[in-house]
Design a protein around this ligand. Structure first.
Ligand code: ADP
Length: 282
């Protein structure tokens, strides 16, 4: 056992010594958000040598929604990862209220920018703890309030121990739709000014879809949102839609404007709405 522990410890310390891929400054000031305007200026990025995002520029006004659409592999998730600083841009700048995301502390950035993904990760612990994750000083009342707004309160109440029910690997298994609502409650509690939303494509039943939609409405209200959008309602409500292809912006406008343009967006839309079998080659 000792030998095994030594080997494990070496691997753990080896990992801790691994430099972070990000160039961070421990003394960087905190991000200060007032209007929550997000701006990408001539952003270029590649994971390796290959360029994945090429010269992308856009801005999202405070409280507005930007929807990113485009074929798989176009670079939608990559663009959003750059805002959270999971990676740093190679060229150009990304700023929030005029502050370059590379020049503010990572902790303040990740407090102000919330993230709702397709798959909510549940930690070993109770469902209440899972909602409070990241807002550890939240009271039970605040947790319940967030769960109610996320349309999760009802099903949580029906679990064997309510909010104290163990979930995650060893606990009660929650359905995809339930996990998503726990994820939404978690971010509602965090209350970030800017929200990154990666909408799920997975099929859920109509009732669950309706519930998720209502909880998303609560989350999106009064926030600046950057979304990888699949839902018609998110897309229609977006002030701007960016259509990406191979890491470049090929079209931009509102749903109506882009349909009228009859380009890639109109084709993607046709496929989604079931009117076309596949994207026609032009
Ligand atoms: P989308 O979200 O539009 O489907 P992504 O941003 O996920 O597109 O991917 C864009 C491109 O970047 C793809 O070619 C993908 O293979 C590549 N890519 C994504 N993540 C990584 C990574 N961590 N390392 C290397 N290449 C990646």
């Amino acid at each position: 056992m000792y030998q095994q522990a030594v080997a494990s410890a070496e691997r753990v310390f080896g990992l801790m010594d691994e430099p972070s891929g990000l160039d961070t400054d421990d003394d960087a000031p905190d991000l200060s958000v007032s209007d929550a305007v997000v701006e990408y200026e001539n952003v270029t990025f590649g994971y390796d040598e290959e360029t994945i995002i090429e010269d992308v520029s856009f801005d999202v006004g405070g409280g507005e929604t930007l929807a990113l659409v485009g074929p798989t592999g176009a670079g939608k998730s990559t663009i959003l990862k750059l805002l959270l600083r999971l990676y740093d841009v190679d060229e150009g700048t990304i700023s929030i209220d005029g502050q370059d995301v590379r020049e503010v502390s990572i902790s303040s950035l990740r407090t102000s920018v919330g993230y709702v993904s397709q798959e909510t990760f549940l930690f070993a612990g109770t469902v209440g703890e899972n909602i409070a994750y990241g807002s550890f000083d939240a009271t039970r009342e605040e947790v319940i309030e967030a769960a109610k707004a996320a349309q999760a309160h009802e099903f949580i109440e029906e679990l064997p121990d309510g909010y104290d029910t163990e979930v995650g690997e060893r606990g009660v298994k929650l359905s995809g739709g339930q996990r998503q609502r726990v994820g939404i409650a978690r971010v509602l509690l965090q209350d970030p000014e800017v929200l990154i939303l990666d909408e799920a494509t997975s099929d859920v039943d109509t009732e669950t879809e309706l519930r998720i939609q209502e909880s998303l409405d609560a989350l999106l209200a009064d926030r600046t949102v950057l979304a990888i959008a699949h839902r018609l309602s998110t897309i229609k409500n977006a002030e701007t839609i960016l259509v990406l292809e191979d890491g470049r912006v090929v079209e931009r406008g509102t749903h109506g404007e882009l349909l009228a343009e009859d380009g890639l967006y109109a084709d993607l839309w046709g496929v989604q709405a079931g009117m076309l079998e596949e994207i026609p080659t032009r």
